[in-house]
Design a protein around this ligand. Structure first.
Ligand code: ATP
Length: 229
Protein backbone atom coordinates (compact mmCIF):
# COMPACT_ATOMS: atom_id res chain seq x y z
CA UNK A 1 0.00 0.00 0.00
CA UNK A 2 1.03 3.63 -0.47
CA UNK A 3 2.04 4.25 3.13
CA UNK A 4 4.03 1.06 3.66
CA UNK A 5 7.51 1.84 5.00
CA UNK A 6 10.49 1.43 2.68
CA UNK A 7 12.61 0.29 5.57
CA UNK A 8 11.65 -1.31 8.82
CA UNK A 9 13.26 -2.85 11.88
CA UNK A 10 10.79 -5.14 13.59
CA UNK A 11 11.31 -6.09 17.23
CA UNK A 12 15.07 -6.32 16.73
CA UNK A 13 17.19 -7.87 19.45
CA UNK A 14 20.97 -7.68 18.98
CA UNK A 15 24.20 -7.17 20.85
CA UNK A 16 27.83 -8.12 21.21
CA UNK A 17 29.37 -11.30 22.60
CA UNK A 18 26.91 -12.02 25.36
CA UNK A 19 25.72 -8.44 25.89
CA UNK A 20 22.25 -7.63 24.66
CA UNK A 21 22.11 -3.99 23.54
CA UNK A 22 18.95 -3.77 21.43
CA UNK A 23 15.98 -5.13 23.35
CA UNK A 24 13.23 -5.10 20.75
CA UNK A 25 13.70 -2.12 18.47
CA UNK A 26 10.87 -1.07 16.16
CA UNK A 27 11.76 1.63 13.69
CA UNK A 28 10.43 2.47 10.25
CA UNK A 29 11.10 5.00 7.53
CA UNK A 30 8.90 5.91 4.57
CA UNK A 31 9.74 7.26 1.15
CA UNK A 32 10.74 10.92 1.40
CA UNK A 33 10.63 10.88 5.18
CA UNK A 34 13.28 12.12 7.57
CA UNK A 35 13.33 10.18 10.81
CA UNK A 36 15.47 11.56 13.62
CA UNK A 37 16.74 8.79 15.88
CA UNK A 38 17.71 10.50 19.10
CA UNK A 39 18.99 9.29 22.41
CA UNK A 40 21.74 9.68 24.97
CA UNK A 41 25.19 8.21 24.71
CA UNK A 42 25.02 4.43 24.91
CA UNK A 43 21.30 4.15 24.13
CA UNK A 44 22.07 1.82 21.22
CA UNK A 45 21.84 4.17 18.24
CA UNK A 46 25.05 3.04 16.54
CA UNK A 47 24.15 -0.58 17.19
CA UNK A 48 20.81 0.06 15.47
CA UNK A 49 22.71 1.47 12.48
CA UNK A 50 24.96 -1.59 12.37
CA UNK A 51 21.95 -3.92 12.34
CA UNK A 52 20.23 -1.84 9.67
CA UNK A 53 23.29 -1.94 7.43
CA UNK A 54 23.87 -5.65 7.93
CA UNK A 55 27.14 -5.20 9.80
CA UNK A 56 25.77 -6.87 12.93
CA UNK A 57 23.45 -9.92 12.99
CA UNK A 58 20.21 -9.91 14.94
CA UNK A 59 19.42 -12.51 17.57
CA UNK A 60 15.68 -11.93 17.08
CA UNK A 61 13.40 -9.78 14.97
CA UNK A 62 13.44 -8.81 11.31
CA UNK A 63 14.80 -6.20 8.93
CA UNK A 64 12.49 -5.39 6.02
CA UNK A 65 13.25 -3.49 2.82
CA UNK A 66 10.18 -2.71 0.70
CA UNK A 67 8.44 -5.47 2.62
CA UNK A 68 11.15 -7.96 1.70
CA UNK A 69 12.87 -9.81 4.53
CA UNK A 70 16.58 -8.87 4.31
CA UNK A 71 17.44 -9.89 7.87
CA UNK A 72 20.00 -12.47 6.73
CA UNK A 73 21.42 -10.41 3.89
CA UNK A 74 25.06 -9.39 4.24
CA UNK A 75 25.94 -5.69 4.10
CA UNK A 76 27.11 -5.63 0.47
CA UNK A 77 23.87 -7.15 -0.74
CA UNK A 78 21.86 -4.54 1.16
CA UNK A 79 23.99 -1.77 -0.36
CA UNK A 80 23.20 -3.18 -3.79
CA UNK A 81 19.50 -2.90 -3.03
CA UNK A 82 19.76 0.67 -1.80
CA UNK A 83 20.47 0.55 1.92
CA UNK A 84 23.27 3.01 2.54
CA UNK A 85 24.96 3.69 5.88
CA UNK A 86 27.08 6.77 6.45
CA UNK A 87 28.84 5.50 9.56
CA UNK A 88 29.93 7.52 12.57
CA UNK A 89 33.44 8.79 11.94
CA UNK A 90 32.86 8.77 8.12
CA UNK A 91 32.87 5.97 5.64
CA UNK A 92 35.87 6.77 3.48
CA UNK A 93 38.99 4.76 2.67
CA UNK A 94 41.61 7.13 4.11
CA UNK A 95 44.50 5.75 2.06
CA UNK A 96 42.70 6.09 -1.28
CA UNK A 97 42.40 9.39 -3.12
CA UNK A 98 39.16 11.30 -3.30
CA UNK A 99 38.75 10.14 -6.89
CA UNK A 100 39.43 6.50 -5.99
CA UNK A 101 36.92 6.70 -3.16
CA UNK A 102 34.26 8.03 -5.52
CA UNK A 103 35.07 5.35 -8.10
CA UNK A 104 34.32 2.61 -5.58
CA UNK A 105 30.69 3.84 -5.90
CA UNK A 106 30.49 5.56 -9.27
CA UNK A 107 32.03 5.04 -12.69
CA UNK A 108 32.02 8.77 -13.39
CA UNK A 109 32.71 11.15 -10.50
CA UNK A 110 32.21 14.32 -12.61
CA UNK A 111 28.65 14.84 -11.42
CA UNK A 112 29.96 14.94 -7.85
CA UNK A 113 32.68 17.42 -8.74
CA UNK A 114 30.18 19.76 -10.38
CA UNK A 115 28.11 19.69 -7.26
CA UNK A 116 31.00 19.85 -4.77
CA UNK A 117 33.86 22.00 -6.03
CA UNK A 118 35.80 21.48 -2.83
CA UNK A 119 36.05 17.76 -3.64
CA UNK A 120 37.02 18.49 -7.25
CA UNK A 121 39.92 20.61 -6.02
CA UNK A 122 41.11 17.71 -3.86
CA UNK A 123 40.52 14.80 -6.21
CA UNK A 124 44.13 13.57 -6.13
CA UNK A 125 44.55 13.90 -2.36
CA UNK A 126 44.25 10.98 0.03
CA UNK A 127 40.79 11.03 1.61
CA UNK A 128 42.44 10.81 5.03
CA UNK A 129 44.01 14.22 4.41
CA UNK A 130 40.62 15.93 4.08
CA UNK A 131 38.90 17.77 6.90
CA UNK A 132 36.17 15.89 8.75
CA UNK A 133 33.55 17.89 6.90
CA UNK A 134 35.04 17.16 3.50
CA UNK A 135 35.16 13.47 4.40
CA UNK A 136 31.48 13.61 5.32
CA UNK A 137 30.69 15.21 1.95
CA UNK A 138 32.74 12.51 0.24
CA UNK A 139 30.74 9.86 2.10
CA UNK A 140 27.41 11.39 1.09
CA UNK A 141 28.27 12.50 -2.46
CA UNK A 142 27.54 9.19 -4.22
CA UNK A 143 24.00 9.24 -2.76
CA UNK A 144 23.31 12.46 -4.70
CA UNK A 145 24.31 10.83 -7.97
CA UNK A 146 22.62 7.50 -7.28
CA UNK A 147 20.01 8.03 -4.57
CA UNK A 148 19.60 5.01 -2.29
CA UNK A 149 16.23 3.78 -1.05
CA UNK A 150 17.25 4.53 2.52
CA UNK A 151 20.16 6.47 3.91
CA UNK A 152 21.15 5.98 7.53
CA UNK A 153 23.56 8.61 8.78
CA UNK A 154 25.19 8.08 12.19
CA UNK A 155 26.08 11.39 13.87
CA UNK A 156 26.50 13.15 10.51
CA UNK A 157 27.29 16.55 11.98
CA UNK A 158 29.58 15.44 14.79
CA UNK A 159 32.60 17.73 15.00
CA UNK A 160 31.91 19.55 11.74
CA UNK A 161 32.25 23.28 11.11
CA UNK A 162 28.87 25.07 10.91
CA UNK A 163 29.21 25.83 7.19
CA UNK A 164 29.71 22.17 6.32
CA UNK A 165 26.92 21.13 8.66
CA UNK A 166 24.68 23.36 6.55
CA UNK A 167 25.94 21.72 3.36
CA UNK A 168 25.38 18.25 4.82
CA UNK A 169 21.81 19.10 5.83
CA UNK A 170 21.19 20.63 2.38
CA UNK A 171 22.14 17.23 0.95
CA UNK A 172 19.65 15.53 3.27
CA UNK A 173 16.92 17.95 2.19
CA UNK A 174 17.64 17.25 -1.48
CA UNK A 175 17.63 13.48 -0.96
CA UNK A 176 14.34 13.73 0.89
CA UNK A 177 12.87 15.68 -2.03
CA UNK A 178 13.98 12.87 -4.29
CA UNK A 179 12.12 10.30 -2.22
CA UNK A 180 14.95 8.84 -0.16
CA UNK A 181 13.98 7.63 3.32
CA UNK A 182 16.44 9.16 5.77
CA UNK A 183 17.30 8.00 9.25
CA UNK A 184 19.43 10.64 10.92
CA UNK A 185 21.03 9.54 14.16
CA UNK A 186 22.12 12.21 16.59
CA UNK A 187 22.86 12.61 20.24
CA UNK A 188 22.23 16.35 20.08
CA UNK A 189 18.81 17.18 18.76
CA UNK A 190 18.99 20.75 17.50
CA UNK A 191 19.90 20.51 13.80
CA UNK A 192 18.16 17.28 13.09
CA UNK A 193 14.89 18.39 14.68
CA UNK A 194 14.74 21.24 12.18
CA UNK A 195 14.55 18.81 9.25
CA UNK A 196 12.85 15.77 10.80
CA UNK A 197 9.34 14.66 9.88
CA UNK A 198 9.27 12.12 12.66
CA UNK A 199 11.29 11.59 15.80
CA UNK A 200 12.17 8.37 17.57
CA UNK A 201 13.68 8.49 21.04
CA UNK A 202 15.89 5.63 22.07
CA UNK A 203 16.84 4.62 25.56
CA UNK A 204 18.44 1.45 26.89
CA UNK A 205 18.03 -0.43 23.64
CA UNK A 206 14.40 0.43 22.97
CA UNK A 207 12.45 3.11 21.13
CA UNK A 208 10.63 4.72 24.03
CA UNK A 209 8.61 7.22 21.98
CA UNK A 210 8.01 7.96 18.33
CA UNK A 211 5.79 10.57 16.77
CA UNK A 212 5.66 13.57 14.48
CA UNK A 213 8.21 16.30 15.02
CA UNK A 214 5.38 18.71 15.76
CA UNK A 215 4.69 16.80 18.97
CA UNK A 216 8.23 17.23 20.24
CA UNK A 217 8.65 20.14 22.61
CA UNK A 218 11.16 20.96 25.31
CA UNK A 219 9.34 18.89 27.91
CA UNK A 220 9.21 15.84 25.65
CA UNK A 221 12.93 16.19 24.92
CA UNK A 222 13.84 16.51 28.56
CA UNK A 223 11.65 13.55 29.44
CA UNK A 224 13.15 11.41 26.68
CA UNK A 225 16.72 12.10 27.70
CA UNK A 226 16.04 11.68 31.40
CA UNK A 227 14.01 8.55 30.77
CA UNK A 228 10.83 9.69 32.47
CA UNK A 229 8.54 9.71 29.42
P1 ATP B 1 27.10 6.66 21.15
O1 ATP B 1 26.53 7.99 20.92
O2 ATP B 1 28.08 6.59 22.28
O3 ATP B 1 27.61 5.96 19.91
P2 ATP B 1 24.87 4.93 20.93
O4 ATP B 1 23.50 5.30 21.34
O5 ATP B 1 25.19 4.95 19.50
O6 ATP B 1 25.88 5.81 21.72
P3 ATP B 1 25.93 2.28 20.93
O7 ATP B 1 27.22 2.76 20.37
O8 ATP B 1 25.02 1.51 20.07
O9 ATP B 1 25.12 3.51 21.53
O10 ATP B 1 26.25 1.47 22.25
C1 ATP B 1 25.25 0.83 23.02
C2 ATP B 1 25.90 -0.11 24.00
O11 ATP B 1 26.60 -1.14 23.31
C3 ATP B 1 26.92 0.55 24.90
O12 ATP B 1 26.77 0.04 26.19
C4 ATP B 1 28.25 0.13 24.33
O13 ATP B 1 29.22 0.03 25.32
C5 ATP B 1 27.93 -1.22 23.73
N1 ATP B 1 28.78 -1.50 22.55
C6 ATP B 1 28.84 -0.74 21.43
N2 ATP B 1 29.68 -1.27 20.53
C7 ATP B 1 30.18 -2.41 21.11
C8 ATP B 1 31.10 -3.42 20.69
N3 ATP B 1 31.69 -3.38 19.49
N4 ATP B 1 31.36 -4.42 21.55
C9 ATP B 1 30.77 -4.47 22.76
N5 ATP B 1 29.89 -3.56 23.21
C10 ATP B 1 29.59 -2.53 22.41
Amino acid sequence: EADAPIFRLENVVAGYAGTTVLRGVDLEAHEGEVVALLGANGAGKSTTCAVAAGDLPVTAGRVLLNGMDVTRWPAHRRVGQGVLLAPEGRGVFPGLTVEENLRTWLTDPEAVYERMPQLAARRTLAAGALSGGEQQLLTLAPALVRPPAVLIADEPSLGLAPLIVQQVFDIFAELRERGVALVLVEEKATEVLAVADRVAFMRLGRIIWTGPRSEVDGDRLTAAYLGVS
